[in-house]
Design a protein. Structure first.
Lengths: 299, 299
């Protein structure tokens, strides 16, 4: 199979109770593809400015991320600045400088057109048609969304939910999208809007996966030391889709395991700032934590 | 084995988005013993006024709850009034009328003195000595606490943590008690204060059980229809301790299963107002949901 991730590659300035990092490499496409790289060879579609460091490109390549779809444009790379309070679920966006991302019209290399899984990470729902027109016939279309699109492009988003196979949403997004406070009701309602699977991410409380006649729950890894929550949701999606890409079929067993791998990858990324944790993370550690999850919940 | 529960037997006036119920039977001892009654024959120590309905006594007896320790005093039964918002985790106490509970000096019937498990539900930590002096030598001492005791009797509470085997706490209490925002750090820190086991209840997100070298996580049953959250925490403790009483030993396997049964009983009680759900709940339904939990988390 093959997995194409369309998303942002960016600089993040991050402040958490553990410190501050200026302009470190981040972005949904970056986190997602690095997480997926433990299972498959993900392909990325994105754009950066000329200020994007060669070392970051080299690191992504060393993780076997296919960067043929990463365009370099004159101008500056997308820059996001955010701050986390003591409660890592409380995030304040201090600044968003879209820069070259502003006019991003994702061009999909012809080598990517036969992708089996296409993941649209935080993409304007009005831009989906343009992107999807460049693919032949993906077996699985996955997307996530953000509060901003839910509030400003609700109709376009509802339309996209009608054709998507997998939707990733966090608790706030699921509540906004469904109008339901109860997360189980929210997940079930969103499945009713179209997606075969809704992956509802609950941060430190894990995730629930809803299907038409299927429900699976996975805990978050019990971490007492969350250094930087940035990218946890994107790493979850990357682990999930990367595993599915490797597994090849969407059986219930594979979906369950994909959710656990998603939770595993999310649990690693928050152990250090930005994408730092990926530098030392190897496949054996990923497998080790997967087994830990089984011990954590078996009875 | 045998389980003695020392706690309140009360009237609750409850308002939730689903309606209002005036002066229905509740109280920590009531919920806890009803939940435990699916596994053992729990013994209750408490006090009510002469206004406490005979039908409620008859119902508790029909569930084989031993009421020899329930004193009837002249005066009115403890009455609590509370309101829940759309988010069932947000509870406002409207009124607390302690009535006969105010001067409650729990007298333990001699027939209860050989109890194996003693559970002190929301009891003033300064009153523990008086109660525990009436037992021979319980194998397991369990307790929970409330925000009020943490804020007003912190030292007495810390002292009691030194001799307790199992502490039940919800997320807010665990944070207050430990000073840690992160729930895993909070649970680990409280284990360091004395208890062999800390059962950290997270409402809709399930529970974590911390031991010195042990960690287990259980989800909440995915309910889309929470009618009345009152008593969920007490039912969790009742299911947990009732199962342990029946199982007879605190092996890791039994502790894991106890936590799942706790979550199962909590999930039932919130499906209707007050203790209503217990009226129709049978052992087969409890076992059925226990098996559902396994399907929910297995991968």
């Amino acid at each position: 199979m093959s997995l194409v991730i369309v998303g942002s590659v960016a600089f993040d300035t991050i402040e958490t109770p553990f410190g501050r990092r200026e302009r470190v490499v981040g972005g949904s496409g970056t986190y997602c593809s690095l997480a997926a790289s433990y299972f498959t060879r993900p392909r990325i579609v994105g754009v950066v400015g000329r200020d994007f460091p060669r070392r970051a490109v080299a690191f992504l390549k060393s993780r076997r991320v296919d960067l043929r779809g990463l365009k370099v444009r004159s101008g500056k790379t997308f820059h996001w600045e955010g701050r986390y309070e003591k409660d890592p679920n409380l995030r304040t966006t201090v600044r968003t400088e879209l820069n070259v991302f502003k006019d991003f019209r994702p061009e999909v290399p012809s080598a990517y057109a036969a992708a089996d899984i296409v993941y649209l990470a935080n993409i304007d729902p009005d831009g989906h048609d343009f992107i999807l027109g460049q693919f032949r016939r993906p077996k699985v279309l996955a997307m996530d969304t953000i509060r901003f699109w839910i509030e400003t492009k609700r109709e376009a988003l509802r339309r996209e939910l009608g054709r998507v196979d997998i939707l990733f949403a966090n608790d706030e997004e699921a509540r906004l999208l469904s109008g339901e406070q109860n997360l189980v009701a929210a997940g079930q309602k969103i499945v009713g809007l179209g997606p075969s699977l809704v992956v509802l991410k609950k941060g430190e409380h894990g995730a629930l996966v809803f299907g038409k006649t299927f429900l699976f729950g996975v805990l978050a890894h019990p971490s007492s030391n969350v250094i930087d929550p940035t990218g946890a949701g994107d790493a979850f999606a990357g682990g999930f889709l990367g595993y599915l890409d490797r597994a090849g079929t969407l059986t219930r067993r594979n979906i369950r395991r994909a959710a656990v791998y998603g939770s595993v990858l999310a649990s690693f990324v928050i152990e250090d700032f930005g994408i730092e944790r990926f530098r030392t993370l190897n496949a054996m550690a990923v497998e080790g934590r997967f087994r830990e999850f089984r011990r954590l919940v078996s009875f």
